[in-house]
Design a protein around this ligand. Structure first.
Ligand code: ATR
Length: 277
């Protein structure tokens, strides 16, 4: 029996998850499928009923359903509850489970490409305070980061996130961001600024210390202006594509029973797709 999986969102046409899971299905010769399905917000409960009825094994959930899906499930992981959103769901013994693998994906990519990145690190500076910031702040807190500073355009949102996740998060004003660059050992752009078609991220790296890790979750383009500037100033750069690849691993393992690998060949396939976009 073919195991059917999905990625749902609205819109969903540009999701690259089918390329990732399709590559792994092919590589492992599995009888499974992974399809994009556009689900409008008002149709979400109806779609969940279809999963419960056995039409699908599981799948990924993306914008705008990540938060709305949470209360529709029977059980969610500690990460999903803390982040307040799910991106991976599955059915088991008639029950629906949810997890959030963004935090694990963020860390998995850093661990794989920048071994020892945590050594001597004290302060992380996160730009943004949306859903991605929440997952990344949760991830860094789970690794014992001493200080996690949030700088967000909207002040209240940063304070709210710091309040929800607690110490060691702290919110600072948006106007302080350029000066805070000099205090950070790790800087993460958690917004979509700098993505093709979006405004650039206005962050001055004049105070960047050599060896500071600069991680951008944006992956179109693969090397953002932020990363290019950071590299020129002696920063250690980490791009966003790896997080996308690593967040996909736990879902595939859960649905199809095989732990897939993030290989250079898989990455190259995604890079070709992004360059052709
Ligand atoms: P996601 O769930 O993908 O993180 P989101 O919740 O919409 O997306 O969050 C987007 C983030 O980008 C927010 O931190 C947002 O700042 P505000 O809270 O002030 O809206 C930030 N952002 C979006 N456009 C921005 C801009 N032009 N300048 C600065 N920050 C911006």
């Amino acid at each position: 029996m073919t195991l059917r999986c999905f990625v749902i969102g609205h819109p969903i046409a540009h999701s690259r998850s089918p390329l990732i899971h399709g590559t792994w299905l092919e590589q492992h010769g599995l009888d499974g499928s992974y399809e994009r399905i556009d689900v409008a917000p008002s149709d979400l409960p109806g779609f969940v009923a279809r999963i419960r009825a056995g039409e699908f094994t599981g799948g990924n959930v993306t914008v705008p359903h990540k938060e709305a899906m949470l209360p529709l499930l029977d059980e969610v992981s500690e990460a999903a509850r803390a982040i307040g959103a799910v991106n991976t769901i599955w059915r088991e013994n008639g029950r629906l489970y949810g997890d959030n693998t963004d935090a694990a994906g963020f860390l998995g990519h850093l661990d794989a490409t920048t071994p020892g990145w945590q050594d001597g690190i004290r302060t992380a500076l996160l730009i943004g305070a949306g859903g991605a910031a929440r997952a990344i702040a949760y991830a860094l807190k789970s690794r014992g980061m001493a200080r996690i500073i949030l700088a967000n355009r909207g002040r209240e949102r940063a304070h709210e996130l710091a309040r929800v996740l607690g110490a060691p998060l702290q919110a600072r004003d948006w106007d302080e961001r350029d000066a805070l660059v000099g205090e950070a050992d790790l800087i993460v752009n958690t917004t979509s600024l700098g993505m093709k078609g979006q405004p650039p991220l206005a962050l001055d790296l004049a105070h960047l210390r050599s060896g500071t890790i600069v991680d951008d979750i944006v992956y179109v383009p693969l090397k953002t202006a932020l990363l290019t500037q950071a590299e020129a100033r002696g920063g250690v750069i980490v791009d966003g594509l790896g997080m996308l690849l690593h967040q996909a691993v736990p879902g595939f393992a859960r649905w199809f029973g095989v732990v897939p690998s993030v290989t250079p060949a898989l990455r190259a396939r995604l890079e070709r797709d992004i360059l052709g976009a």
